[in-house]
Structure formats: structure tokens, C-alpha cells
Design a protein around this ligand. Structure first.
Ligand code: GRF
Length: 199
């Protein structure tokens, strides 16, 4: 059985896509062994509980308040995660940049989804920034990528899969977001299949 950890900070629609793919057999012999959130209000935690998946809440604030470096936060999360013996760590809207204190425990085994093409719009609000660039006539399409997260770079690393998403003249930010999220949900499953050698 391939065991996954999925790390979230928000709604968790990508987590849901992964849970659904495990249940449907689209990800055969694969299960989400644990869901981690750094935000207690992340709706994805409810999604995990509804599927009977264990959850971990690991907030940064107590570390910040105590003046402890984020490397300690990262190392403690790695220690909490270790008993779940996961083959792959899937970042799915995880709003925290890992240091090597976490990443060294999962070489070639941390992947991230980003709602833009490689090199374009790293960081927050990628869809909004792409939409604004489209309105200024600078781009005609955007996209989605899943990549390895080998180091502290933000939304950068060896690309596993990418897909172009067109922007249409009558798009609003909302319709573009919907098209990108639908693409993400399919592409993340494709990436996990590829990384686990299921294709
Ligand atoms: C996704 O757009 C993902 O690419 C980005 O954050 C968003 C998370 O959405 N990194 P969700 O929590 O999976 O619904």
C-alpha cells in the first residue's frame, strides 16, 4: 500500500480529489495515511475526518511566540510525521515554506501543486496575477504544474507534470479560477500516479 501525507492550510479541494482517487481506484493501492494542517480552521481537516483519515494540527505561532526558529517547527513536524511511514508528502495549498530541517527527511518525496506554469507567478495569488496579466495583454494562457520541492525555493523545482489552461475573452476571475482548480484536481492525481510508478 502506498501511504501518502497530504499537507493543507485551507479548503482542501485538492486533498478531496486525492481522497476520491484513492477510493475510486484511480490511485490503486494508495491511501492518505495522514492529513496535516497548520491552520485549525482549514476545512480540509473536516474532509479528512469525514473519510476517517487521521489528522495532525501543527501551528507555527507557538514557535514564533517563543522566538524559536522555523527549523525547529519543521524538525518537529518531521518527527510527528515519521510514525505514519509515508512514501510521499503531497503539499496541497500548504502555506509554509519548508526548510531542509523537514525536507532532508523526504528526499525526492515532497511534491507541490501550483496554479501557474513553471517560472510564472510563483507565490501567492498566482491565478489573480495571471488574470491581471491577461487583461493587460501580456499573456494568453496560464496553467497548472506539479513539481518536486527539493529545497526552500517557492513554487520551483523539477516539474513532474504541467498543463496549459486557456484564458477566454469572457472569463471573469471566478470562471478562470474554476477552470484552473478543475485542472489541478486531475493533474495532481496524474502526478501522484507518475511519482508512485502507477502509470
Ligand atoms: C490550490 O490552487 C493550490 O494550487 C494552491 O493553493 C490552492 C489550494 O486549494 N497551492 P485547495 O485547498 O486544495 O482547495
Amino acid at each position: 500500500m502506498n501511504r501518502l501525507a497530504v499537507l493543507i492550510s485551507g479548503s482542501g479541494t485538492n486533498l478531496q480529489a486525492i481522497l476520491d482517487a484513492c477510493a475510486s481506484g484511480e490511485l490503486p493501492d494508495t491511501q492518505v495515511a495522514v492529513v496535516v494542517s497548520n491552520r485549525i480552521a482549514a476545512y480540509g481537516l473536516q474532509r479528512a475526518k469525514a473519510c476517517g483519515v487521521p489528522t495532525l494540527y501543527h501551528p507555527l505561532k507557538p514557535y514564533r511566540d517563543a522566538g524559536r526558529p522555523r527549523e525547529e517547527y519543521d524538525a518537529d513536524l518531521a518527527a510527528k510525521l515519521a510514525p505514519y511511514a509515508v512514501a510521499l508528502v503531497c503539499l496541497a495549498g500548504w502555506m509554509h515554506v519548508f526548510s531542509m530541517a523537514f525536507l532532508k527527511h523526504y528526499p525526492q518525496r515532497v511534491i507541490n501543486i501550483h496554479p501557474a506554469l513553471p517560472g510564472a507567478f510563483p507565490g501567492m495569488h498566482a491565478i489573480e496575477r495571471a488574470y491581471e496579466a491577461y487583461l493587460r495583454g501580456e499573456i494568453s494562457h496560464t496553467g497548472v504544474m506539479v513539481h518536486y520541492a527539493p529545497d526552500e525555493g517557492v513554487d520551483v523545482g523539477p516539474v513532474i507534470v504541467q498543463r496549459v489552461v486557456p484564458i477566454c475573452p469572457d472569463d471573469t476571475l471566478e470562471t478562470l479560477e474554476a477552470r484552473i482548480h478543475a485542472t489541478e484536481h486531475a493533474l495532481y492525481i496524474e502526478a501522484i500516479r507518475q511519482v508512485l510508478g502507477l502509470t
